[in-house]
Design a protein around this ligand. Sequence first.
Ligand code: FAD
Ligand code: NAP
Length: 452
Amino acid sequence: MATTPRVCVIGAGPCGMSFLYQNKKYQQDGDVDLDVVCYEKQSNWGGLWNYTWRTGLDEYGEPCHGSMYRDLWSNGPKECLEFPDYTFEDHFGKVIPSFPPRSVLFDYLQGRWNKANVRDQIQFSTLVKHVTYNTDTDDFTVTVKDLKCDKVTSERFSHVVVATGHFSVPNVPEFNGIDTFRGRIIHSHDFRKAEEFKDQRLLIVGSSYSAEDLALQCRKAGSSDVICCWRTKPMGFKWPKGIEERPLLTNIDGNKIYFKDGTTADVDTIILCTGYLYHFPYLSDNLRLKTNLRLYPDGLYKGTLWMTAGNNKFMYIGMQDQYYTFTMFDVQAEWACAVVRGKLKLPDRKSMEHDIQEWIKKESVLKDCYDHIKFQTAFVCDLAKEVGCKYNLNVKEVFDKWEDDKHEDVATYRDIPFTSIYTKSPGIKHHTPWMKAFDDSLDTFVNQTPNK
Ligand code: FAD
Ligand code: NAP
């Protein structure tokens, strides 16, 4: 390598932190010490896992990043996102149930990050405002704002890694007559507490993870009736009493909702679980990923390296639709580190473009969630092979069983334990069925006497 790379990582959520972690590992294994600076607009690491009560704008007038709600529990088994080099048993010193609440997962992530000792590479409360690629000098200019000091400065970097997530800027559609609605209308991005909707009749728009989980959360917290409505296809679960699905609404008149199947319903609140936009307002146009939610966004070699501009020095981590999360981010981060450090020889441009198109072709024929899981497993395993990962990251069987459980009964799937493929310790049941469990404190969850 001619000069030592200087890397800018944008965002200290799970993806950005995986980059810092993997970079540290390279260094610990004897490779050069790189100058890595991570800019994070919030005052702490964790990304979405850094829960905030705020909605709308943050304390500096910037869009609030948080989309998580107070009572969020993992919607996938922890055995599907467990780091092989830092298992849940390593962290907690014991076996814990499979579907932890938010604070437990955040604690686990922080354990691994603390171990790597990388916090000093992060500049908190620092917003990235602009990134451009300089063709003449083959580097990037990154303009940031120190939010506390209200000061804007620019720095030059040889590489940039974008890790700012894509579940933060709400997609908010318009519906006929929505301005006549007398109750509250919110997007799931601004949902924080389910008990706010106790005794209310709710309309939930959308048929994906947020719709599914908010319907259950609100019913659990005492909403009287929940109607979920779908655009493309219903979720099709066996719902507990009080939750039903209907085709999309056509019109709103006061509190009355009209649906495509000719039925109507009076509701008190509308929650739009209509997903999120990929939004990178700080990137110059030639660096900006423009996509909808998909397993293989176009233009990224190995789902990571931006092909349009940046001379193979501009990367994205975690831009995929996500079954796999933490382990996928981690292997992507390891791949990105290997590229930055010149450990991986990239093929010629034509081969990279061909590789992308092959993945996209495969994605276009997937039929159901089991196919999606198979596809993402192949994607993760391909990256693992590229970097010579010594661990087996394939948890397809766990995911498949989880999907089966959900389709069996969506209200009870979180009560079913799984076994870690790494520790092989048999899973344990949570002390209380999820629909009746209201104490989600870390202390209670970790120190429980489990139900056998
Ligand atoms: P994020 O976590 O979004 O982090 C991005 C970071 O970038 C943030 O810290 C943000 O402040 C920072 N940032 C953004 N813009 C700028 C800027 N201009 N300058 C500086 N910093 C910036 N995954 C699971 O595995 N299990 C779950 O149970 C689960 N539940 C979820 C529930 C909800 C409601 C949502 C929306 C997602 C959930 N996820 C879950 C998926 C989630 O996407 C990942 O777990 C993970 O948080 C993604 O990490 P990330 O680093 O890509 O993005
Ligand atoms: P999503 O998966 O993108 O789903 C968006 C939904 O909105 C889809 O059903 C889509 O319908 C619908 N939609 C979009 N525009 C619409 C319109 N104009 N009219 C009607 N419907 C419209 O987003 P999400 O459900 O918010 O999930 C995002 C992420 O959060 C996922 O990774 C998920 O795992 C995570 N999450 C996790 C938990 C948890 O329990 N831990 C809870 C919530 C969310 P179509 O199918 O027709 O496109």
